[in-house]
Design a protein around this ligand. Structure first.
Ligand SMILES: [Zn+2]
Length: 292
């Protein structure tokens, strides 16, 4: 018998609610603005969930949220873009609203788990997943378990330093990977569209500045992958998120920079590949722990 769970992805801008089955397929999906009000967000998720689930019996709901969560995994503890949600008992409020068991997870962990269970991470023992979109999230799974040591995730690994002379980062650091590959940075530097998606489209049409900026982002990602490899020794690295959709404009530059800078063993053994679930990875990975 097929099992179903809801996957919810609460982002800084939009929230997605999806019905996910135990094969990792997404049936219904709804997207709406996250807004800035706790009660309204819960009500919007409940309504969308009602439409998505149809007649399906749910094993529960997995909720992915951008930012650090507390060690009890029941609320968001830190995200400067979702400050109004920090400290709110999100897991229990969702369980009350939906009438099912709820598991709360960091969004980059959920993406990583989605790819590991159903996508490009299958079979990996030491799986590193970089999610490059609005910012740069990182998740890692070692022998089947997510790495958790800070904020219930792999810390702020997206802020690993890749260029000591690079731009200042909103985190207070300098030359962080995220500062160099975030949507805002790429859009600002490429001057070829208002969103990352538009920059990618224009690069595909031959806009040289857009092509150059995406390759630069790829190089920064490759150096971040190399630095993280020195600590975590992955056997496979996957690039997910909106930037991964620019595959041929980003991945070759990332892989070249990775192989130029990383240690000898990793250079020979580690695969760098594109995620295979696209934007679905986060809702699928959020629901995955409920689907045994
Ligand atoms: Zn930073």
């Amino acid at each position: 018998m097929i099992q179903f769970a809801l996957g919810v992805d609460i982002g800084g801008t939009n929230t997605k609610v999806a019905l996910v089955n135990d094969g990792g397929d997404v049936a219904g999906i709804e997207t709406f603005p996250t807004g800035r009000d706790q009660a309204a967000l819960i009500a919007n998720i409940r309504e969308a969930a009602g439409r998505c689930r149809g007649a399906a019996t749910l094993r529960g709901a997995g909720v992915a949220v951008a930012g650090f969560i507390n060690s009890a995994r029941d609320r968001l503890s830190y995200n400067p873009n979702l400050q109004w949600l920090e400290g709110f008992p999100l897991r229990d409020a969702m369980a009350d609203a939906l009438g099912v068991t709820v598991a709360l997870e960091v969004d980059s962990n959920a993406s990583c788990l989605g790819e590991y269970r159903f996508g490009a991470g299958r079979g990996s023992q030491r799986f590193l997943c970089l999610v490059a979109g609005t910012g740069l999230g990182v998740g890692m799974i070692i022998d089947g378990a997510l790495v958790r040591f800070m904020g219930e995730c792999i810390g702020d690994a997206g802020h690993v330093v890749v260029d000591a002379n690079g731009p200042e980062c909103p985190c207070g650091g300098r030359g962080c990977a995220e500062a160099m590959v975030s949507e805002r940075t790429i859009v600002q530097n490429a001057q070829s569209g208002a969103t990352l998606r538009e920059v990618i489209e224009n690069a595909r049409k031959g806009d040289t500045r857009a092509v150059t900026e995406l390759a630069a982002a790829g190089r920064a990602l490759g150096i971040a992958m190399a630095s993280l490899s020195q600590i975590f020794f992955p056997d496979r690295i996957v690039l997910a998120g909106g930037l991964a959709e620019a595959e041929h404009l980003v991945l070759p530059a990332a892989e070249a920079a990775f192989r130029r800078t990383v240690n000898t063993e990793a250079r020979a053994r580690v695969e760098v590949v594109k995620a295979s679930l696209g934007w679905r990875a986060t809702v699928i990975g959020a629901a995955a722990p409920l689907l045994l």
